[in-house]
Design a protein around this ligand. Structure first.
Ligand code: AMP
Ligand code: ZN
Length: 135
């Protein structure tokens, strides 16, 4: 993917603040952080989103997330972590190369990764239980 910014960052062509790197992933600090320490796990190979990622690599990304947040919790002395991964424009994805957001949280930091809870509707529940069971 010649014009993909995360391919260029992951491949080292564009510099980024790298906190971890191995053969398959680069982990960098986000340039527009939601909080201090907000990092992105970026695979070196191009996959637009989670749907396209091979299962094995998707599994490795989650294992790596665990490793990074465990260490970062110690380093930053934060109180918790959000792992956010957007797929598709409708879900807020702006860079179409798979990435996982690792967002350190502190008590009462007002970082907005929440939503207003609705109420599970009976008809939605029935529809989804029926349709999903057919998959
Ligand atoms: P998303 O909206 O889930 O696609 O997230 C894209 C993220 O990439 C945003 O949080 C941006 O701040 C971040 N971002 C975009 N360009 C860069 C860059 N060159 N270096 C670091 N982070 C970036
Ligand atoms: Zn890419």
């Amino acid at each position: 993917m010649k014009e993909c910014i995360f391919c260029k960052i992951a491949g080292g062509e564009i510099p980024a603040a790298t906190i971890y790197e191995d053969e398959e992933f680069r982990v960098i600090l986000d340039l527009g952080p939601a909080s201090k320490g907000h990092a992105l796990i970026i695979p070196k190979a191009h996959y637009a989103n989670l749907y396209e990622m091979p299962d094995e690599l998707a599994g490795k990304a989650m294992i790596l997330a665990k490793k990074i947040i465990t260490k970062m919790t110690e380093v930053l002395q934060c109180d918790g972590y959000n792992i956010v991964q957007n797929n598709g424009e409708a879900a807020g994805q702006t860079v179409f190369h798979f990435h996982m957001h690792l967002i350190p949280r502190r008590k009462e930091d007002n970082v907005g990764v929440t939503w207003t809870p609705g109420k599970l509707k009976e008809e939605d529940k029935q529809e989804i239980l029926e349709k999903f069971s057919l998959c």
